[in-house]
Design a protein around this ligand. Structure first.
Ligand code: FES
Length: 241
């Protein structure tokens, strides 16, 4: 099966999306909400491309749209550039102080935005929610409210009992808005756009070297979901070798 992207005829496998075929062939399509660890969701819409089949052209989100035999795709047509510019301007207005957003906007030729500036530091891509649900299985956070009030939060805006402090949300956040720091016996998770702002977790101490190395709640969660004995985690990874 073959698809044409920006004039290049490329082979693809059943089930691949346009974005996956493009990435596999080093064709750049900007993305923010795509991460191969979780199901694509199509939230940021930066990955739009123009597809053409039997003379009919339309814009689609390439992270969701399946590659089709004979499909002709343009990642940078005038229509794509114009729409992508507006999408980027909206993201820049929402997060005008976020370095990742500013850098990507510049890369796409967007230096300013005509839209009203906010200071959200969250693009509502939902990657943190999806990784917590699909990969970790903790379901600690979710998207709450609707429309302009939509945000990511734990139930009742309190420290979620289900959050194990693993930091998966930190690793997948595409704009580095969520961070954590291990300080002595504590892990402090900071979500600047979250009403809780900071949440703390007690770290487990290695019985051999005394290093604090992982949140106790995370270890409890692993023991519970995998059936591993708690003693397996008495030593930190360094002392286990
Ligand atoms: S990467 Fe496709 S919509 Fe965000």
């Amino acid at each position: 099966m073959k698809i044409t992207i920006d004039g290049r005829e490329l082979e693809f496998k059943e089930g691949q999306t346009i974005l996956q075929v493009a990435q596999e062939n080093n064709i750049y399509i900007p993305t923010l909400c795509y991460n191969e660890a979780v199901k694509a969701y199509g939230a940021c819409r930066l990955c739009i491309v123009e597809v053409e089949r039997r003379g009919r052209r339309r814009l689609v989100t390439s992270c969701l749209y399946p590659a089709e035999d004979g499909l002709n795709v343009s990642t940078n047509s005038e229509r794509v550039k114009a729409d992508r510019k507006i999408i980027m301007q909206l993201l820049l207005a929402r997060c005008p102080n976020n370095e990742v957003v500013i850098k990507l906007a510049k890369k796409l030729g967007v230096e300013t935005t005509p839209f009203k500036l906010e200071d959200k530091n969250c693009i509502l891509c939902g990657l943190c929610v999806r990784v917590c649900e699909e990969v970790v299985g903790a379901n600690a956070i979710s998207s709450v409210a609707r429309g302009v009030y939509r945000e990511i939060a734990a139930p009742y805006y309190e420290q979620s009992d289900s959050c194990i402090g693993c930091g998966s949300c930190v690793y997948v956040c595409p704009i580095n808005a969520i961070t954590f720091q291990d300080k002595g016996s504590k892990r402090i998770l900071t979500m600047p756009n979250h009403k809780m702002k900071k949440v703390q977790f007690k770290l487990k101490k290695c019985v051999k070297c005394g290093t604090y190395w992982a949140p106790e709640k995370q270890i409890e969660f692993i023991c519970k979901t995998t059936g591993q004995p708690a003693e397996m985690f008495d030593l930190c990874p360094d002392c286990r070798d």
